[in-house]
Write a protein that binds this ligand. Structure first.
Ligand code: THG
Length: 377
């Protein structure tokens, strides 16, 4: 119905330095033709190889290697580590076991969201918090000092490599053997390549299936990268990266875009990960119980915008009948849905309206429909 006509904006390059960290794979992905980067956890995150539409189609059909070193691991160990980790998250981790990944929002003392990581118990009294884009290490250190907890907190040299897409299973089997296929979604275990044991989880920031390899030895990791590329040739493997179209279609939330420290966790649609159980204690608990009893006035939701692509570099206010009803936070044109898909924070009253409405965004009027996440046709 609509074309994806992207207005060409002037392109700039990025000045690299030690402060804007490269990864052990940066030179390898540059050989593979990375076209754009963003910055995430003070580090380079590739965003485009061939083009976001081409990359998306490829991801949905084949297998891609993603340099997601930016998913930094904050390691918390020591006798009080479990207490500290639970203090920061509203998810009940009291029964957490080794070998399982927990999507567990980190919140401040008022319930505002600080990060939405995966948390893993990797050893007795040792946790990895696989963070999204914010400085969780500083928050953890501040809390540990303030609460006088006996913990060690650091960011080890671990650089995750994701293998994503429907053919990722076949490729990983070639390298690690058939036992890798026994790994269930959101579970992790150790697997050996070239005499080195890698922690691998069945996870990743796409809905196409796959794995994440937590590379803790740069040279072994680079060898593994080359081997995945070689063994993947007949599966049409390519270097790739988290894809804007695929992640929005699949409703995967992006911290810093869809939700920020100004959003209360109750408004983020993550109710499954908020526990008020007596078993646990965390900073914001009493405050959240009180807030929950009052109910929320707005929440994150998807919208379909029947329009061609328009660009979005910051949150845009959304108006209905002359009144501000919310904000557009992420946006992409989806060739599959043949319209733009947006992730928005919108008031509950408007969300209850059925059918297509006229909304004003950035001084233009659009035909818009509320849609739950993930998007469906
Ligand atoms: N993998 C790892 N670390 C990460 C990410 C990742 N750190 C940064 C960022 N991504 C953290 N945020 C998310 C958000 C969503 C998911 C994972 C990490 C995710 N969600 C599933 C979904 O929505 O379908 C399942 C959630 C559930 O039901 O528990 O995968 O990707 N290592």
């Amino acid at each position: 119905m609509f074309n994806c006509q992207r207005k060409m904006t002037k392109q700039f390059s990025i000045s690299k330095s030690a402060r804007l960290r490269s990864t052990p794979f940066t030179d390898l992905i540059e050989e593979q033709g990375v076209k754009s980067y963003t910055v995430y956890n003070h580090m380079l995150l590739p965003t485009v190889f061939e083009g976001i539409e081409d990359d998306c189609e490829h991801l949905k059909n084949f297998v891609q290697l993603w340099d997601v070193s930016v998913e930094r691991q904050i390691e918390i160990s020591g006798p009080d580590s479990s207490k500290l980790v639970q203090m920061m998250t509203c998810r009940n981790l009291s029964k957490a076991i080794e070998g399982t990944c927990y999507y567990a929002p980190i919140i401040d003392e008022k319930g505002f969201i600080i990060n939405d990581p995966l948390i893993m118990l990797v050893d007795k009294n040792s946790w990895w918090i696989s963070i999204a884009d914010s400085d969780v290490l500083l928050y953890a250190k501040g809390l540990a000092t303030g609460l006088n907890l006996e913990v060690i907190i650091n960011e080890p040299n671990i650089n995750p490599l994701a293998v994503q897409g429907p053919k990722s299973f076949e490729l990983m089997e070639k390298i690690f053997g058939p036992t890798i296929l026994d790994l269930k979604f959101f579970r992790f275990n150790k697997f050996v390549f070239d005499g080195h044991s890698f922690l691998i989880s069945r996870s990743g920031w796409s809905k196409q299936g796959g794995f994440e390899i937590y590379v803790n030895d740069n040279e072994k990791g680079r060898k593994l990268y080359r081997e995945l590329m070689n063994q993947g040739k007949n599966l049409n493997v390519r270097a790739g990266c988290p894809n804007l179209i695929e992640r929005i279609e699949g409703g995967l939330l992006s911290y810093g875009n869809d939700m920020t420290i100004e959003d209360n966790i109750l408004e983020c649609g993550l109710d499954d990960f908020v526990s008020f159980s007596d078993e646990i204690e965390y900073l914001a608990k009493d405050h959240l119980i009180n807030l929950a009893s009052k109910g929320i006035k707005q929440s994150l939701t998807g919208i379909k915008i029947y329009s061609e692509y328009f660009s979005l570099n910051h949150h845009l206010p959304i108006f209905f009948d002359g009144e501000k009803i919310g904000e557009l936070r992420s946006l992409v044109y989806s060739p599959k849905f043949k319209c733009c898909l947006g992730i928005t924070m919108i008031n509950k009253e408007f969300q209850s309206k059925k059918g297509i409405q006229d909304l004003v965004i950035d001084n233009s009027t659009y035909k818009v429909e509320i849609s739950s996440l993930p998007f469906s046709q």
